[in-house]
Design a protein around this ligand. Structure first.
Ligand SMILES: Nc1ncnc2c1ncn2[C@@H]1O[C@H](COP(=O)(O)OP(=O)(O)O)[C@@H](O)[C@H]1O
Ligand SMILES: [Mg+2]
Length: 330
């Protein structure tokens, strides 16, 4: 659905004006793709390139089968119709009602009135605001405003929805309800969603795949569970490294588990089969209902280290001697 190849974007002629240096990524139809990176790395710029609002210097950008740099102004206008966008600040018109805000893009495209009203009503019911039709935006909560913005973004039946920090000004409860809504729209309508954020929790909650941007490049990309499974230095720079103190006289092993492994009673079985007295120092399992992933740190007697490593690795659970291996890598 979206193919970005070696994209360069600079806002001037100086070296420091280069924002995107060599960005390549691919988003499949129906996917929810997260792009994360620190503030100022060029996430919003990349989104604006994808929807044709920003020209780029070099590289290739094919969206929904169209090569953006070759479109005429007329074609670009039609192309943009297929892409909805929502923002951190909602970008609603405060002097217009909820209904009028949603209808606006359809008015611009000259939809007949009855069709327009029908679509707006359907969308407002889809986002759960059927009883707020005649209300003005300043009477709504942040989460409700974002729901209006989502309804408006869907008015022209886009194939792609671009979200630029769409939950960054919402509290955790509202963030969750907006993400649930986007996920259900993604499933109901088959909409492809690109979600740009600086918040990792958001990526973990909603995205299928993800990419991390640093210094104008995609440093890491893949399925969310594989990126967390691999725990690259780039990821750890972003989320922070874990502090695990190795208890005196013990060895620490790190288990990385995902998907089908997670529901297995593997710790219990290991303890019975090997008779190893372990304790848990830290454990996190993310998204137990989706493609899950997690890391578990166990303290075990030093004498058992080799048997434990062999036991888990024979069962397809990645297990390393933490403190020996891990610290050297990162
Ligand atoms: N229209 C513009 N003109 C000049 N510089 C810009 C413009 N828009 C963004 N920038 C610069 O490009 C860099 C990336 O900005 P942006 O894409 O907004 O990053 P992010 O969304 O990741 O925070 C920043 O250094 C910003 O100052
Ligand atoms: Mg931004």
């Amino acid at each position: 659905m979206i193919l970005v190849q070696n994209l360069y974007k600079s806002y001037g002629n100086a070296e420091e004006d280069i924002v995107l240096r060599d960005v390549s990524l691919e988003v499949q139809k129906g996917e929810i793709f997260g792009i994360i990176g620190q503030s100022g790395v060029g996430k919003s710029t990349l989104l604006r390139c994808i929807n044709g609002l920003e020209v780029f210097n070099r590289g290739k950008l094919i969206v929904n089968g169209r090569d953006i740099s070759r479109l005429s102004d007329y074609e670009l206008r039609h192309f943009r119709k297929d892409i909805g966008m929502i923002f951190q600040n909602f970008a609603l018109l405060n002097r217009k009602t909820v209904f009028e805000n949603v209808v606006l893009p359809m008015q611009c495209w000259g939809y007949p009135k009855t069709k327009m009203n029908q679509i707006a009503k359907e969308l407002l019911s889809l986002v759960g605001l059927e009883n707020k039709i005649d209300v003005y935006p300043n009477e709504l909560s942040g989460g409700q405003k974002q729901r209006v913005a989502i309804a408006r973004a869907l008015a022209l039946e886009p194939e792609i929805l671009l979200c630029d920090e769409a939950t960054s000004s919402l509290d955790p409860g509202m963030t969750k309800s907006i993400l649930d809504l986007l996920r259900s729209i993604n499933q109901k309508l088959g909409l492809t969603i690109v979600f740009v954020t600086h918040e990792m929790d958001v990526i973990k909650m909603i995205c299928d795949k993800m990419a991390i941007i640093t210094e104008g490049r995609i440093a890491v990309s893949g399925s969310v569970e594989s990126v967390f499974f691999e725990e690259s230095a780039v990821l750890l720079d972003l989320i922070g490294r874990r502090e695990i103190d190795i208890p005196h006289g013990k060895a620490v092993v790190k288990l990385s588990v995902k998907n089908e492994n997670i529901l297995e009673p593997f710790l219990y079985q290991m303890a019975i089969e090997l008779n190893v007295r372990f304790s848990i120092l830290s454990a996190s399992i993310e998204r137990p209902n989706k493609n899950s992933f997690g890391n578990i740190f166990l303290a075990i007697p030093k004498k058992d280290i080799q048997t434990v490593l062999t036991y888990f690795n024979n069962r397809m659970i990645t297990c390393v001697h933490y403190g020996l291996v891990e610290r050297n890598i990162s």
